[in-house]
Design a protein around this ligand. Structure first.
Ligand SMILES: Cc1cc2nc3c(=O)[nH]c(=O)nc-3n(C[C@H](O)[C@H](O)[C@H](O)COP(=O)(O)OP(=O)(O)OC[C@H]3O[C@@H](n4cnc5c(N)ncnc54)[C@H](O)[C@@H]3O)c2cc1C
Length: 387
């Protein structure tokens, strides 16, 4: 029997600190015991497993990188491992944690007032308040500088008009971090679900991320108190810095999805007898499996390096772009190839690859499409922005 772990050929696990390994093992157990038994049905029923939120919170997975406010204060590598293990279950659950942690709690923590932090962070880390992040608009998510949502100052308040599209958690959120143009630059507003003129209808009929809520947000003269504006940033740097946090975690997530696909496939090719022998004995099948292991290993090493850079305060957004592009593409290709090697069975949700494949179609689009991340790297190499 081979000595190496087929899902971790370079023994990346041995490069983790003990507390990082404990975090990974704890989340892995949660995924095995509580996520995997229900997630296929959730996907089929287009249902987010909200019953898991209390345990996700209990394990300290919400806002895990934040120090204080009841948050776990873990390092970046531990956050990455959380994303990896959750996405081994399903990209939808990982998206929930990414949005809550990196796109809602992070901006409140980084750009919010003391009152905003005191009000929202303890409730959000406990899973008692859910957040969403509204940046994308229907006329072009890749070009956030073309934002039309507008907030106008009116005495002690702001009047918000416009709309957002494709917003994860939008229809279940207690608070939305909404980015809008103002006469004073791009500002973030904490819009609460019961504010008059605010509507967040769910987007139905998704064929991807079916175990996750996605909504549109509409603002019709919503009156937002000035105390609910994030005081610490007044430019696109605000939302873009949040995206760097979330994209960092997303580089790890698809590693878990790819491992889940490969693991299932390794069992299958061993027991599937074709032309008188197991499928695993065929050269071309082994080449395809080897290619998957190569690509998973590369992605693991990229993300670990990225995490160490982040913990050292040296992470550059271009590096995150390269890793998001590489790792999501890796997982999407692997999920699709596993689907193929399962033959007809591969189109059944009884096997995980097709669910991961469909989910990864969202992951490759959101938080900057693959094209956009290539252009970010191209800009770094040439000094020319070709967007
Ligand atoms: C399930 C899901 C959840 C999401 N969650 C959120 C969320 O919580 N919050 C949020 O704000 N947004 C969210 N998004 C939105 C997501 O970030 C956008 O869909 C994404 O940024 C792309 O924007 P778009 O859909 O408008 O596509 P477009 O920007 O219209 O892009 C269309 C195509 O054109 C390509 N393209 C764009 N510009 C260029 C260029 N300059 N050169 C070459 N090609 C180009 C793109 O790569 C893409 O292939 C979510 C999306 C999905 C699908």
């Amino acid at each position: 029997m081979p000595n190496l772990d087929p899902l971790d050929l370079f023994d990346v696990k041995s490069m983790l600190a003990e507390d990082e390994r404990i975090v990974q093992d704890t989340v892995a157990r949660f995924v095995d015991d509580q996520v995997l038994p229900i997630i296929r049905e959730c996907f089929e029923q287009h249902r987010f497993p909200s019953e898991l939120v209390p345990e996700v919170a209990n394990l300290g997975l919400l806002g895990s990188s934040i120090d204080g406010y009841g948050c776990a204060g873990l390092n970046a590598v531990a956050y990455g491992l959380i994303c990896q293990e959750l996405e081994r279950g399903d990209s939808g659950l990982r998206s929930f944690v990414s949005v809550q942690s990196s796109l809602v709690m992070y901006p409140i923590y980084t750009y919010g007032s003391d009152e905003q932090k005191d009000r929202w962070l303890p409730a959000m880390t406990a899973g008692e308040a859910i957040g969403c992040f509204g940046l994308t608009e229907s006329h072009g998510g890749s070009d956030p500088g073309n934002m039309k949502t507008y907030a106008k100052r009116d005495g002690d308040d702001w009047i918000l008009n416009g709309s957002k599209m494709w917003i994860t958690n939008g229809n279940i959120a207690d608070v939305a971090v909404v980015w809008a143009t103002t006469d004073d630059g791009v500002r973030g507003f904490l819009v609460e679900k019961d504010m008059a003129g605010f509507d967040a209808p769910a987007i139905e009929n998704k064929m991807s991320l079916r175990a996750s809520h996605t909504a549109a947000l509409f603002f019709d003269n919503v009156r937002v108190p000035n105390a609910s504006m994030l005081p610490g940033v007044s430019s696109l740097r605000g939302p873009l810095s949040c995206l760097t946090q979330a994209r960092y975690g997303i580089t790890w997530g698809p590693i878990g999805a790819a491992q889940a696909c490969l693991k299932e496939l390794l069992d299958y090719v061993e027991t599937r007898i074709l032309f008188g022998e197991p499928l695993s004995h065929k050269q071309s099948i082994q080449e395809r499996l080897a290619d998957m292991a190569r690509r998973i290993t590369t992605a693991q090493l990229l993300s670990l390096r990225l995490g160490r850079l982040k913990d050292a305060g040296q992470l550059e957004p271009t590096q995150v772009s390269l890793a998001k592009w590489n790792n999501v593409r890796m997982a999407l290709d692997i999920a699709r190839d596993c689907r193929d090697m399962l033959g007809g069975s591969g189109i059944s949700a009884e096997y995980v690859p097709i669910r991961h494949m469909l989910n990864l179609e969202s992951v490759i689009t959101y938080e900057g499409t693959e094209n956009i991340h290539k252009l970010v790297v191209g800009k770094e190499l040439t000094g020319v922005a070709a967007f």
